[in-house]
Ligand binder design. Structure first.
Ligand SMILES: [Zn+2]
Length: 242
């Protein structure tokens, strides 16, 4: 047992980190089960090796929108063959339209390939979405939402959160909750139903602090929230990777 900042006893073994990366910066609580996402061809094998050495790690392999431009022509068949041969989810993938020179068409093409892989292989998908909410919702409606889908480090409005949740998408909140300037994000957190809520470190935050902050915003105990998000994590990720 660990003690969170607010003094609540928190069983970290029942917390669940819905999104992290290699190397795992948050090595302070190595006991919690966690999703570790690859972002480009060069880290997929390392993510799989890491998961093979630690049963608490759920591996996911994807091409992050930031790295679409530099991916090799073989990235998609390589990803597909690794996914066929390993019980891994699809991601981190998605759309990030924040940059001025963003090649939106290439990002969408790469995302669609991965969304379709999640469908065909019946794997969970982890999505990175920044300033592309309307487009991602359109694509998910056109292609339909895979068996399990989540948006990591949710940064959209409470209204968008409700729309995504009504489509069955899980929403994961990161250490951004600890930023006192993000009041809209706290409203979005409150808009999410407990059944579709996940929490994450994104590889940089302290999970115990994220859980404590989210619990205090939602007015629930950290222990209950940790248990709920652990259960949601099992529903979102584990069932499809069995
Ligand atoms: Zn990430």
């Amino acid at each position: 047992m660990m003690t969170a900042k607010n003094g609540v006893k928190l069983g970290v073994t029942t917390s669940f980190d819905a999104h992290s990366h290699l190397p795992e910066v948050d090595a302070r609580h190595p006991d919690h089960p966690r999703v570790v996402c690859g972002t480009c061809e060069s880290d997929w094998e390392a993510v799989l090796a890491h998961a093979a050495s630690d049963a608490r790690v759920i591996p996911m392999l994807g091409l992050h929108p930031w790295f679409v431009a530099e991916a090799s022509p073989e990235w998609a068949p390589t990803l597909e063959s690794l996914l066929w041969s390993h019980p891994a989810g699809v991601g981190e993938c998605g759309l990030d339209f924040a940059g001025k020179d963003t090649d939106r068409a290439s990002q969408e093409a790469a995302f669609l390939i991965q969304l379709r892989l999640a469908h065909v292989l019946q794997r969970p998908i982890a999505m990175h979405v920044v300033q592309a909410w309307g487009r991602i919702i359109d694509l998910l409606r056109e292609e339909s939402v895979p068996s399990a889908a989540m948006v990591h480090a949710y940064s959209g409005s409470p209204e968008t959160a409700r729309v995504l949740q009504s489509m069955g998408v899980f929403l994961s909140f990161s250490g951004d909750l600890l930023n006192p300037d993000r009041s809209r994000l706290r409203e979005s957190l409150q808009a999410v139903d407990a059944s579709h809520l996940l929490l994450e470190t994104d590889g940089t935050a302290d999970l115990v602090r994220v859980v404590a902050a989210a619990a205090s915003i939602r007015g629930v105990s950290a222990e209950n929230l940790a248990a709920q998000t652990w259960e949601n994590g099992q529903r979102c990720f584990r069932g499809w990777l069995a």
